[in-house]
Design a protein around this ligand. Structure first.
Ligand SMILES: C[S@@+](CC[C@H](N)C(=O)[O-])C[C@H]1O[C@@H](n2cnc3c(N)ncnc32)[C@H](O)[C@@H]1O
Length: 290
């Protein structure tokens, strides 16, 4: 797959997506400018600081579910800077002691921190572009860890919204060529469907984010995510919900559900044959209007 140069990259970018994300959450490996940008974003779209801890907690619950289902191998694409423990390999290994976990990111700073902090038996950090799955699947690091005939849990946490539709399609098509039936795909994704915010507010936050990071954000609806990301998959319960509402088990999370901005979350099992279905985000006014 060829990766086109990004026309949209801003020369003035002063944060990276990984550092700004860390500054919005509980990360420690970022700079002052990232903290300033995080505070500005939280002013433009009040509640922004809840997105990252909510997303990370949701991914932990999703990975715990995959481990409960007996999945022994994991690939986290666009893994981001290490967080306060437990990181995702630790969550998987609580249940599946010998789970193998591959973290992948294309940001060298993320990989340096990852190699230093995300250590343990069966844990690997690979610096690679997640848009080139075929190249990733040719690396020694991946091939020496992943058994391709067996189910894999692929974590796509807050990464696909950086890819164009064509890139998402290609990534998923290539992934599905490698994923055995019974594999799980865990997705969290930025969405413009934010009932408690005006579209101008969401747009302003997006403009600021793009300006500061140089990344382009593609906000997608539930149906767009279903069509682009999950053909051939069957979502696990509860289907498409906000990250906070994906099997919440912390009081903190149920408290923050109502009026915070959110990512859409879905965990799906890879099956065949491919089917097309209609999906709606549960628990929003949108659902009530359908
Ligand atoms: C917003 S962070 C999400 C981190 C983590 N997945 C989570 O949900 O908590 C996005 C991460 O994706 C990485 N990323 C963006 N584009 C990528 C690409 N093409 N290949 C690999 N990693 C990428 C960034 O460097 C960043 O660390």
């Amino acid at each position: 797959m060829s990766i086109p140069e990004r026309e949209h990259e801003h020369g003035s970018a002063n944060s990276t997506t990984a550092r700004l994300y860390g500054a919005l959450g509980y990360g420690k490996d970022h700079f002052k400018v990232d903290q300033t940008n995080a505070a500005a974003l939280d002013e433009i779209l009040p509640g922004m600081r809840l997105i990252v801890p909510g997303n990370r907690a949701c991914l932990r619950r999703m990975v715990a579910t995959a481990a409960d289902l007996g999945i022994r191998q994991y690939i986290d694409l666009g893994s981001g800077l290490p967080d306060q423990p437990p990181n995702l390999h630790e969550v998987a290994q609580r249940t599946v002691k010998d789970a193998r976990f591959i973290y992948v990111d294309n940001d060298p700073m993320v990989c340096t921190h990852g190699r230093a902090l995300l250590q343990g038996s069966g844990v690997t950090m690979i610096e690679a572009d997640a848009r080139d799955i075929c190249a990733l699947y040719r690396t020694y690091e991946l091939l020496s860890v992943i058994e391709t005939g067996r189910p894999v849990c692929v974590v796509l946490g807050a990464i696909l919204h950086f890819f164009t539709d064509d890139e998402v399609k290609e990534v998923m098509e290539e992934l599905y060529d490698f994923l055995a039936p019974g594999s799980l795909v865990l997705v969290t994704h930025a969405t413009s469907d934010q009932p408690h915010y005006r579209p101008e507010q969401v747009q302003a936050a997006r403009d600021f984010y793009e300006e500061q990071t140089g990344a382009q954000l593609y906000l997608r609806s539930v149906q767009e995510i279903a069509d682009l990301v999950l053909p051939g998959c069957v979502p696990l319960r509860p289907g498409f919900v906000t990250t906070a509402a994906w099997h919440p088990d912390y009081e903190y999370e149920s408290a923050m559900i109502p009026r915070a901005p959110y990512f859409t979350a879905v965990a799906a099992e890879v099956r065949r044959p491919v089917e097309t279905r209609q999906y709606f985000l549960l628990g929003t006014t949108q659902e009530a209007e359908q």
